[in-house]
Design a protein around this ligand. Sequence first.
Ligand SMILES: NC(=O)c1ccc[n+]([C@@H]2O[C@H](COP(=O)([O-])OP(=O)(O)OC[C@H]3O[C@@H](n4cnc5c(N)ncnc54)[C@H](OP(=O)(O)O)[C@@H]3O)[C@@H](O)[C@H]2O)c1
Length: 236
Amino acid sequence: MASSMSGSTAARTVLITGVSRGLGRALAVELSKRGHTVIGCSRTQTKLDSLQSELTSPDRHLLLAVDVRSNSSVEELARVVMEKKGVPDIIVNNAGTINKNNKIWDVPLEEFDTVIDTNVKGIANVLRHFIPLMLPNKQGIIVNMSSGWGRSGAALVAPYCASKWAIEGLSRSVAEELPDGMAVIALSPGVINTEMLESCFGASASPYQTPEAWALKAATMILNLTAADNGASLTV
Ligand SMILES: NC(=O)c1ccc[n+]([C@@H]2O[C@H](COP(=O)([O-])OP(=O)(O)OC[C@H]3O[C@@H](n4cnc5c(N)ncnc54)[C@H](OP(=O)(O)O)[C@@H]3O)[C@@H](O)[C@H]2O)c1
């Protein structure tokens, strides 16, 4: 196992939100192959069940149905994680959603709210309940999934862009609140062919890299992050 554990010598416990499909799922599978322990959440129980059996050493991992928009559900997640696995070494705030392509004045009110509630408030919920668990040991790496659209603008996805710009600002600000030894990083994953990309690119999504190819690079990069990366905006 150690020989395939590139980018890291020690086995880590990694909490990933949004593991039912796309980037989160591929990253969970890749980390399990490298001998790390995955704590994963998303809303769809059936997809969590299928992921559990796909992970290497299925019993080592903890997958729970949690909606990150719910502060009380994330609080309960933190309680269960502490009881069963202890403080995660790494958190990847990956769960996210995008509005259907539309000019801002045609985006339904509820859809705008869902993007902000998931992409911004969902991450804040995780930070609220997990950072205090990491503080006593002054250890922990937090990766907040940003986007190229968190650093540029694009027509038809203004709510999504706004949410990812918020994550860049949130991450840099929280970085100034953490003690030495911890780090929070905003990570743009690049462009990957997932359901989210299909939503905004349509058929043009298919030539892009697969989540599995992405996860090979992303896992190594994430496992190599250190406290020296605190406050950085990085790209896979
Ligand atoms: N794909 C790209 O090219 C790209 C580019 C830039 C940034 N990103 C970012 O990368 C991350 C992953 O994107 P993706 O392309 O893999 O998207 P995706 O295929 O749509 O997957 C999104 C994941 O988030 C979960 N999720 C959504 N809402 C949730 C909620 N309220 N609570 C818990 N889990 C929730 C979904 O699971 P359930 O529906 O089962 O809950 C799913 O597992 C996102 O933050 C996205 O903004 C992606």
